[in-house]
Design a protein around this ligand. Structure first.
Ligand code: SF4
Ligand code: SF4
Length: 330
C-alpha cells in the first residue's frame, strides 16, 4: 500500500474529506491549457528534495517518437502552453529539436531550467541564446539568495554556478524590462515548513539578488514541498512526516483548492503515459480508468471529463495560499 494511503501511518484525515466539504470532490478538470512534459529523469544535479529522484545516473529519457506523439496531440488541440521539465530537460538529445517543433506550432514553451546546466559543459553555454531565439520562458529554482542555504539543498557549488548562469540569461535580455524574455524563479522551503508569502519573498529576492549580484528576474513562484520521493524519505527519517502533514491539512484553503494546477494541466511522463500532474506521475498514479492512458491515444473530451486522482500529497497544493508549478493559486 502507498504510504500516503495508509490510514495506520497517517494522522491526517483523508484528502477527500475537506474536498467534499468544499464541494470539490471528485475533483474535475476545467480545461487543458498546459501540457507539462517530463522529457527525462537525467539531471546534472541530485538535489535533496527532488520529487523526481533525478540524477546523472537516471536513464529514463523521452524518445523522439514519443515527442512526435506530443506534437500530434498539440496539432489536434488548442493547448496554448508546453511546459518542459525533467531532470534537466536540456540533457535530452532531442530537446532543441522538440522546442523548435513546438515553436513552429505557435505554442508558448516554458523550460524548467536548473541553471547549472548552462555552465555544466561548453555544449550548453549557448542555451540562453537558444532560449531567446524561440522566446522560451525560463523557470529556474533558486532556494535562497545565499550560498549556504542553496548549496545545502541543491549541492556544493550550485549557488555560485546558478549566479553565473543567471548573469548569462540577463546578458541576452532575460528578466529585463521590455525584452519580452521572461525569467521566473522558484523558491521552495529548505525544510518541513510552508513557504512565506510569495509577494514578500519576491521583494526580498529581488533586492538581494540585484544589490548583491546585479541580477534581475521577473516573478518569484513560492512552492510548497510535497511529501513525495526524496522529501517524503526525509520527512519519515526525521520523524517529521505527520507533523508536517498536519500543518498542511490544518491550512487547507478551499480557494487554493479551486485553483490547483491539475485542473488546467495535463502531465506526460518520459515514456508518454498521462498523469494529472507531475506529482501523480512520480507516485505512478496514471489517469483514471476509462481515460486515454498514453499520449499516442490523446483525446481531449475523455481527458476533460475524467476524475482527477487525489491523495494526501494534494494537501501540499491546497495549503495556505496554495502551490503549483506557477506558484500560489489563491
Ligand atoms: S535540478 Fe531539479 S530535477 Fe535535477 S535533481 Fe534538482 S530538483 Fe531534481
Ligand atoms: S498533487 Fe496533483 S492531483 Fe493533487 S491537487 Fe496537486 S496538482 Fe492536483
Amino acid at each position: 500500500m502507498n504510504f500516503l494511503d495508509d490510514d495506520n501511518k497517517n494522522t491526517t484525515q483523508r484528502f477527500e474529506v475537506p474536498m467534499q466539504k468544499a464541494g470539490l470532490f471528485p475533483l474535475k478538470p476545467i480545461s487543458v491549457e498546459i501540457m507539462q512534459i517530463n522529457v527525462g529523469k537525467m539531471c546534472n544535479q541530485t538535489c535533496k528534495h527532488c520529487h523526481v529522484d533525478a540524477g546523472p545516473d537516471r536513464k529514463e529519457i523521452m524518445t523522439r517518437e514519443t515527442m512526435q506523439f506530443c506534437i500530434n496531440a498539440l496539432k489536434n488541440s488548442d493547448i496554448a502552453t508546453v511546459d518542459l521539465t525533467g531532470g534537466a530537460p536540456e540533457m535530452n538529445p532531442n530537446f532543441r529539436w522538440f522546442v523548435e517543433e513546438i515553436s513552429k506550432l505557435g505554442r508558448k514553451v516554458i523550460v524548467r531550467c536548473n541553471l547549472t546546466i548552462i555552465v555544466a559543459n561548453p555544449k550548453y553555454n549557448d542555451l540562453p541564446a537558444f532560449f531567446k531565439k524561440h522566446k522560451v520562458e525560463v523557470v529556474s529554482s533558486l532556494p535562497y539568495f545565499s550560498a549556504r542555504r542553496t548549496d545545502a539543498q541543491r549541492g556544493e557549488g550550485v549557488f555560485e554556478k546558478s549566479i553565473k548562469a543567471l548573469k548569462m540569461l540577463n546578458e541576452v535580455g532575460y528578466g529585463k524590462e521590455n525584452t519580452g524574455l521572461t525569467l521566473n524563479l522558484v523558491y521552495n522551503p529548505t525544510g518541513a515548513f510552508m513557504p512565506a508569502g510569495q509577494a514578500s519573498l519576491e521583494k526580498e529576492f529581488k533586492e538581494k539578488l540585484e544589490h548583491g549580484y546585479g541580477i534581475e528576474f521577473n516573478q518569484l513562484f513560492a512552492i510548497t514541498n510535497l511529501p513525495i520521493s526524496r522529501f517524503l524519505e526525509y520527512l519519515i527519517q526525521t520523524e517529521n512526516y505527520n507533523a508536517y502533514m498536519e500543518k498542511l491539512a490544518n491550512a487547507f484553503n478551499p480557494t487554493a483548492a479551486v485553483g490547483v494546477m491539475c485542473r488546467n494541466t495535463l502531465s506526460i511522463g518520459w515514456d508518454g503515459y498521462l498523469y494529472d500532474c507531475d506529482f501523480n506521475q512520480m507516485l505512478e498514479l496514471k489517469l483514471a480508468d476509462g481515460t486515454p492512458q498514453h499520449i499516442k491515444d490523446f483525446e481531449l473530451k475523455g481527458i476533460i471529463e475524467r476524475d482527477i486522482i487525489t491523495n494526501r500529497h494534494c494537501y501540499g497544493c491546497t495549503a495556505g495560499a496554495g502551490s503549483s508549478c506557477g506558484g500560489e493559486t489563491a
